[in-house]
Ligand binder design. Structure first.
Ligand SMILES: [Zn+2]
Length: 166
C-alpha cells in the first residue's frame, strides 16, 4: 500500500470508502461534525470571550467536512464527483501526450459507429465513440483516450464555446 494522493478526497475527509452507502456517509458526516464542530472543540469550562483563538484549524476542518457532505449527499453530484475521481486516477496512470478539443477532432465512421478521431504521431489514432463524447460533453469534463496502437493517450476536453449558443 502506498499513498500518493496529495489532496484528500471527500471520502477521505469523511473517512468512508468510496463504495459507502449514503447512510454510511451520513453517519460518518454526523460523527465528524460532532467531533469537529467549533462549538464542541472550544472544550468545557468557562467560556472566555476570545473564541476564535483555538477554533481556527478545527473550524476549517469542520468546513471541509461540511463541503464533503454537500457533495456526497446528493446522488447526482456524488456521481459527477466519482467520475472526476476516476478520470484523474486514469490520467495519473497514463502518459498524456496532448490535450485536444473535442470539437477539433475529425468525425469518422468506424464499423458503422460514429466516432471522433485524432491522429497519433505513431501513425495510429485516438478514437472516441460519439456517445462517449456526448457523455463527456454533458458534464463539461475531460476524458483520457488511448491510442489504438501505442501507449500514448490524449486528454479530450470539451469547451463551452464562448462564441457558441447564447
Ligand atoms: Zn500512438
Amino acid at each position: 500500500m502506498q499513498l500518493h494522493t496529495e489532496a484528500p478526497t471527500w471520502y477521505e475527509v469523511l473517512g468512508v470508502a468510496q463504495s459507502a452507502s449514503r447512510d454510511e456517509v451520513k453517519a460518518a458526516f454526523r460523527q465528524a461534525a460532532l467531533r469537529m464542530h467549533p462549538d464542541k472543540t472550544v472544550g468545557g469550562g468557562d467560556s472566555h470571550g476570545s473564541s476564535s483563538a483555538a477554533g481556527g484549524s478545527a473550524g476549517s476542518k469542520y468546513l471541509l467536512v461540511q463541503q464533503a457532505w454537500e457533495v456526497l449527499q446528493d446522488a447526482a453530484s456524488r456521481a459527477a464527483y466519482d467520475r472526476q475521481l476516476a478520470l484523474s486516477a486514469a490520467a495519473a496512470q497514463v502518459h498524456i501526450n496532448e490535450t485536444v478539443l473535442l470539437g477539433e477532432m475529425e468525425q469518422e465512421d468506424v464499423e458503422g459507429q460514429r466516432c471522433r478521431s485524432w491522429r497519433c504521431r505513431c501513425g495510429g489514432s485516438f478514437l472516441l465513440l460519439a456517445e462517449d463524447a456526448a457523455a463527456v460533453a454533458a458534464v463539461a469534463g475531460e476524458l483520457a483516450v488511448p491510442c489504438s496502437t501505442c501507449s500514448l493517450h490524449i486528454r479530450v476536453v470539451t469547451v463551452p464555446g464562448p462564441s457558441g449558443q447564447r
